[in-house]
Design a protein around this ligand. Structure first.
Ligand code: BGC
Length: 384
């Protein structure tokens, strides 16, 4: 009899154990299981309590370009969803305005700063101030140079962007076989802002791919302007690019030379370049129209790609970049582990900043639907 009681007790205990284990594993699943479950997991609750009341100051460069508006909105939305209070500022490419904005964010009690600099060398003092106040700083998209006051860097592979642009030109113009087939092309370069480290990396990537073709004569640059010192565009300005393109067209292409390729580092520059080309008699979309690259896959640029006024752009998914930056904010404020995939590339002259590099994706008329619409970055209507 005693034996039977002991046996049934054992069975009951075993059942209870199995039940408990099942409950436990379910809890583990929900705890690590993402934020889309509908019911809030205990880890989300914990994150929200830890984040509650913490202020994140976000300093963005300008609203004149669509990408930064999306970057700002995505970071704000994602941080707020975690319970942070967000103060989002835009400085409209005015360096001093950005310095003042960051000073104000510090004075107003920011616990962490996320900064996409206009001219990072102008931020050295205000960043030292942040450090003195124990405010951690995340460099967003653009590296913060010459400072030890930066904890992490979320960006895209900037040299990779240049390589993708170079390779697009190489493939579309069939440069690899041009020499033996007796083909050559005229190319001009329009690179980014000299105060933006990204522009230097991008330029390096473009030239890594295209320099062999400049050297073997397949590519000819009639203006002779190939170095970054000659091809950069202060503040990535559309007007400056348009003016420089007009000068190049009238100075080097007025007596029968045809411009075949424009390696442009940003959609905004490409709009100015297209205007200059039209002014010089080129017709968008015709055989006469050069291959023009770009960066950011702005709505206007994608419309231009569809109509044939621009050949390609680089899609940088700002939802993803924001997400990486948010994990960095959580790391510095809550002691969590951010996702890092590069610890060697981005030295800012003081330290090598642990970084996450997202992958840039080329878009043109053949893949824009798949890349931009299927991923719900844009709707079909927005591109009409
Ligand atoms: C960004 C590019 C952008 C450019 C102009 C760079 O720092 O990496 O995506 O096109 O700034 O805003």
């Amino acid at each position: 009899m005693k034996k039977i009681v002991r046996k049934s007790l054992c069975v009951m205990l075993a059942v209870l154990l199995v039940f408990n284990l099942a409950a436990c594993s379910k809890k583990t699943e929900t705890t690590s299981g993402g934020t889309n479950s509908g019911t809030e997991s205990s880890s989300e609750n914990k994150t929200k309590t830890e984040s509650k009341g913490k202020k994140v100051g976000v300093a963005m460069p300008t609203q004149s370009s669509q990408r930064w508006i999306q970057d700002g909105a995505n970071i704000k939305e994602q941080l707020e969803a975690l319970g942070y209070e967000v103060d989002l500022q835009y400085a409209e490419d005015d360096v001093q305005a950005q310095v003042s904005q960051i000073e104000n964010l510090i004075t107003n009690g920011a616990d962490c700063l996320v900064i996409a600099a206009i001219d990072s060398s102008a931020l050295v003092n205000v960043l030292a101030e942040a450090k003195k106040n124990n405010i951690p700083v995340i460099a967003y998209d653009r590296l913060l140079m010459d400072t030890d006051a930066v904890s992490y860097y979320a960006t895209f592979d900037n040299e990779g962007v240049g390589v993708v642009i170079g390779k697009y030109i190489e493939e579309k113009m069939k440069l690899a076989t041009a020499k033996e087939e007796g083909r050559s092309y005229n190319i001009e370069f329009f690179m980014g802002s000299p105060d933006d480290n990204n522009a230097v990396f991008l330029d390096r990537g473009v030239h890594k791919v295209l320099d062999p073709y400049l050297e073997n004569g397949v590519l000819k640059c009639q203006s002779g302007q190939t170095t970054f010192d000659q091809t950069n565009t202060l503040r990535w300005s559309q007007e400056t690019a348009q003016k420089r393109c007009e000068d190049i067209l009238s100075g080097f292409y007025a007596s029968g030379e045809h411009l075949d390729i424009v390696a442009s580092a940003f959609d905004g520059l490409s709009y100015g370049i297209a205007a200059a080309l039209m002014g010089a008699g080129y017709t968008p979309g015709s055989d006469d129209w050069p291959l023009i690259t770009g960066q950011d896959a702005e709505i206007m640029a994608v419309k231009n790609i569809i109509s044939g006024k621009q050949s390609m752009s680089i899609f940088k998914d700002t939802r993803l970049l924001a997400q990486k930056a948010v994990t960095m904010v959580q790391a510095v404020l809550e002691g969590k582990e951010p996702e890092i995939n590069d610890t060697t590339t981005y030295n800012n002259n003081v330290l090598t900043v642990p970084s996450y590099l997202c992958t840039p994706v080329p878009v043109d008329k053949d893949n824009y639907k798949e890349v931009l619409i299927d991923s719900q970055y844009y709707t079909e209507d927005q591109l009409k």
